[in-house]
Design a protein around this ligand. Structure first.
Ligand code: GAR
Length: 196
């Protein structure tokens, strides 16, 4: 059996997608290991989830900037991920734009999950954008990260109907059910390709 794929996860919030990846690893569906979890939000539950699972979890200090991910900080994060042996970086609810130098250090090795059928509804609260727009259908997308906002090449999507009585929250909950299946599945497929 090959070595498990070493994953680094970046998130800002609850970390349910990171948990789904961990659960898939535990159940044997995903031959991988999360070696480092980083969050720009010290309060993010993702950090606690990771630590409970015995994973090194640290805060990215963005120096008081609310949304900016300073270039020198991206260089430091890229170096930290490399140092930990990370082969594939998974953005899981990470709310800052990843650009160079991280993209240079991990070319085609950074994935993101987004809660819409991209290219529809990029950006913040995509589930609310879908409800406000009267969309009949939404879903989630796993894609490679490029320097744009939710613009990189799409790997796989899962569809979710928007119901007549959906609120932004109820739609997001149903999208998350699909996210938790889609993300581990895509990571497993990429892991197999990288090990060929
Ligand atoms: C997820 O729904 C993810 O798709 C979304 O944030 C949520 C994080 O949940 N990401 C974005 O909107 C990125 N543009 P989680 O912390 O429970 O995984």
């Amino acid at each position: 059996m090959s070595q498990p794929l070493k994953l680094g996860v970046l998130g800002s919030g609850s970390g349910s997608n990171m948990q789904a990846i961990l659960d898939a690893i535990d159940s044997g569906e995903l031959h991988a290991e999360i070696v480092l979890v980083l969050s720009d939000n010290p309060e993010g539950y993702i950090l606690e989830r990771a630590r409970k699972a015995g994973i090194v979890a640290e805060v990215i200090d963005c120096g008081g900037y609310k949304t900016k991910f300073p270039e020198e900080k991206q260089a430091a994060v890229a170096a930290q991920l490399k140092e930990a042996g990370v082969e594939l970086v998974c953005l899981a609810g990470f709310m800052r734009l990843v650009k160079q130098p991280m993209l240079d250090v991990f070319p085609e090795r950074i994935l993101n999950i987004h809660p819409s059928l991209l290219p529809a509804y990029p950006g913040l609260m995509a589930w609310k954008q879908a409800v406000d727009d009267g969309a009949q259908e939404s879903g989630c997308t796993v894609h490679y990260v490029d320097a744009g906002m939710d613009t990189g090449p799409i790997i796989k999507q899962a569809k979710v109907p928007v119901l007549a009585d959906d609120t932004a929250d109820s739609l997001h909950q149903r999208i998350q059910v699909e996210e938790h299946k889609l993300y581990p599945e895509v990571v497993a497929a990429i892991g197999q390709k990288l090990r060929q």
